[in-house]
Design a binder for this molecule. Sequence first.
Ligand code: NAD
Length: 239
Amino acid sequence: MRTLVVTGGAKGIGFGVAERFAGEGWHVVVADSDPQASADAAEKLGAEAAVVDVTDRAGLVDACRAAALRTGGIDALVTSAGITRIGPSAELAEDDWRAVVDVDLTGTFLSCQAAAPHLRDGSAVVTIASTAAFRGMPGRAAYCAAKAGVVALTRCLAAEWAPRVRVNSVAPGWVDTPFLRDAARRGHVDLDELAARPPMKRLSDVTDVVGAVRFLVSDEAGFVTGQTLTVDGGWVWAS
Ligand SMILES: NC(=O)c1ccc[n+]([C@@H]2O[C@H](COP(=O)([O-])OP(=O)(O)OC[C@H]3O[C@@H](n4cnc5c(N)ncnc54)[C@H](O)[C@@H]3O)[C@@H](O)[C@H]2O)c1
């Protein structure tokens, strides 16, 4: 049986990924720091829950080892755990900067590192970056820097781990998830205005991102590594 470990798998994009692979018969490990949401997601999908904070190396190592023991190895790792802190750079608290870089960038690295010894030949890693990696977005210094780091990390691991393991990234634009709804609730973004930005004239749906992840994990992408696939309805390159 093929095994997927997905960080941040309890909600949003990570949950969408978990749902898709579970639906295709994969053994899915929902690795998320929210215990209740992890348990709910795992129950709904017939998956396994691993309560783990991606800033905790030991927890990730245990979760990946347990997954590999159960099924013999890991066939895909998707790193979707992520947070943001929004505010003017000149006043951004150091703790906020560190929190975002710790979870979004260091957490991605630690997740890849923990999975590495268990990744089977021909397996695939997909990191979740963001179009923020390519844009100077006011008030999002830590997030933009962390996500640009994820793109660079992806290229580096791809070069190191080929030909055994492929490593790619997906960079979503504005995706309708709890993450974006929370930003809207706090008044940081206006969903109607965001939906009007891309040439495709809508927000991304989780399934848009899941489709790109599925492609990058599949044999159809067997000669694709080190790439970042932007899924944003054309926003970044059109504006
Ligand atoms: N929603 C968007 O518009 C958007 C756009 C571009 C990129 N992204 C990226 O996609 C990824 C998923 O975002 P989403 O919108 O699904 O977010 P979300 O908030 O809906 O879900 C994120 C999940 O990650 C988990 N998580 C948070 N911190 C964690 C930690 N330290 N350890 C383990 N789990 C943790 C949360 O519990 C949650 O289940 C993030 O990396 C985000 O930066 C989102």
